[in-house]
Design a protein around this ligand. Structure first.
Ligand SMILES: [Zn+2]
Length: 470
């Protein structure tokens, strides 16, 4: 079975053939670091983390680039409002994004380049585009001449003439443009704004140019997959592709776009306030539950945000965890299986079909629970190993980093589980001793004290089991 991907440019699912056998290169448009992330911002990180894990499982060596846009109008405006340098606002929010990705179990990218660290590459690209007639400098700005490039519109499927009614590049002044649809590569700086010197005067990069320059720098002239949210298809990705193709790069072979997290059917926006910030939600729900919530729908579908859906995610993940815990008590420490069930693989190979794969996971959990009920230890062990392997691919294995030992620590990175384990064990031994001498008042008192500390004790046939209240 070969991997097939839905390619936005082709509007069709295509067989995946890598540029270089055995390797996959991915460029994902990362955050514009103007504010800390809400749950919608992290969705693409989780979706592409699962895709990456599946590609690695399929034996590919993956190079994963996720950029940081650390200069733009909103960052400049926020910095001015706060009376600080733009880099302070950008860096603080870059840390917040990094933390959120890690808290939700996303592996770090191979490289996380910042726009402001790649100005020479952008200048070289603009110079080449000016030299070959696809760009021009005017009034300190540099523009891409869209009518010089017949392919413009190939990704988003339109022709420039269809654009008359659409908003053109709304942040750039149009006064210097030869054509209102030309888009900005570089903006002349206004007084008081950060700037970099170029042959065309002091200025700063436009958003689109950054990604073309950084993709070229890290992934070369041709790479496998370019990803981002569905709202980036136009203008951002259309413009990236036009620049890169006009520059002479073959650029990406597949375009993958993830859906939004919506609120009342609209894209989540920053105006929602703090309630949906990752840091706030992680106080109410374990980060692994937030990952389950973001990662288990198909990456191309929209996720409607509701409190209920988060509670459902919590209940669903707890059922899987419950099986893992009971199975471990029955068969002891168990490694993940070497491979996933064939039906799981089939779903994942079909455009990263996580919902189908999760259905296989649930079937396996159900069969595992049946084996538990029937005292079939071998059955329990094989189903547990299989479940753990599937959870590894989804980044949801409760026994693996960063969840193992987290015990609700919300990704603080401090693994207190062994310490708590030892303390609770001492208390439980004392409780057991009290029970053996029939001092039930003492044994109940120990149990109550543990409960007040947030530790629930449950007596099971294989001895007492404890869990920490979340
Ligand atoms: Zn981009």
């Amino acid at each position: 079975m070969t991997l097939r991907l839905y390619d936005t440019a082709a509007r069709a699912t295509r067989e995946f053939v890598p540029v270089t056998p055995g390797k996959v290169s991915i460029y994902l448009c990362g955050a514009t670091v103007q504010a800390p992330p809400h749950i919608g911002h992290i969705r693409s990180g989780v979706s592409f983390d699962i895709a990456r894990r599946w590609l690695e499982h399929r034996g590919y060596a993956v190079t994963f680039v996720r950029n940081v846009t650390d200069i733009d109008d909103k960052i400049i405006r926020k910095a001015a409002e706060q009376g600080v340098e733009t880099w302070r606002v950008a860096q603080a929010n870059e840390y917040a994004f990094q933390q959120a990705y890690r808290v939700l179990g996303c592996e770090d990218p191979s490289v996380e380049p910042r726009a402001t660290g790649h100005i020479p590459e952008m200048i070289a690209m603009m110079q080449a585009l000016i030299d070959n007639g696809h760009a021009y400098a005017a009034g300190g700005d540099v523009y891409f001449r869209v009518r010089s490039f017949p392919e413009y519109g190939a990704l988003a499927h339109f022709s420039v003439d269809d654009l008359e009614e659409q908003p053109v590049d709304d942040v750039a002044p149009t006064t210097h443009k030869e054509d209102p649809h030309d888009f900005t590569l570089w903006k002349a700086s206004k007084p008081g704004e950060p700037f970099w010197d170029t042959p065309w005067g002091p200025g700063r990069p436009g958003w689109h140019l950054e990604c073309s320059a950084m993709a070229h720098r890290y992934l070369g002239t041709n790479f496998d997959i370019h990803g981002g949210g569905v709202d980036l298809i136009f203008p951002h990705h259309e413009n990236e592709q036009a620049q890169s193709h006009a520059f002479g790069d073959k650029f990406t072979n597949y375009w993958m776009h993830n859906g939004w997290v919506t609120l009342k059917n609209e894209k989540m926006s920053k105006s929602l306030g703090n309630s949906v910030l990752v840091t706030e939600l992680a106080k109410q729900y374990r980060p692994v539950v937030l990952r389950y919530y973001l990662g288990t729908p198909h990456y191309r579908s929209m996720i409607e945000y509701t409190e209920d859906s988060l509670r459902e995610a919590d209940a669903a993940y707890s059922r899987i965890e419950g099986f893992v815990t009971r199975a471990l008590e029955t068969v002891g420490p168990t490694e993940s299986a070497a491979d996933v069930p064939a039906a799981f693989a089939e779903s994942m190979d079909d455009d990263f079909g996580v919902p189908g794969a999760v259905a296989v996971l649930y079937n396996t959990v159900r069969e595992g629970n049946t084996a538990l009920a029937g005292g079939d230890k071998e059955g329990v062990a094989s189903h547990l190993a299989s479940v753990l392997k599937m959870l590894d691919i989804l980044g949801l294995n409760p026994l693996a980093e960063p969840w193992s030992g987290a015990a609700g620590a919300a990704g603080s990175g401090t693994d207190l589980r062994p310490v708590v384990d030892t303390l609770v064990k001492v208390a439980l031994e004392q409780r057991q001793a009290a029970r053996e001498r029939k001092d039930y008042a003492a044994s109940d008192a120990i149990r109550d004290q543990l409960a007040r500390a947030g530790v629930n004790v449950e007596d099971t046939p294989s001895g007492p089991r404890w869990t920490v209240n979340q």
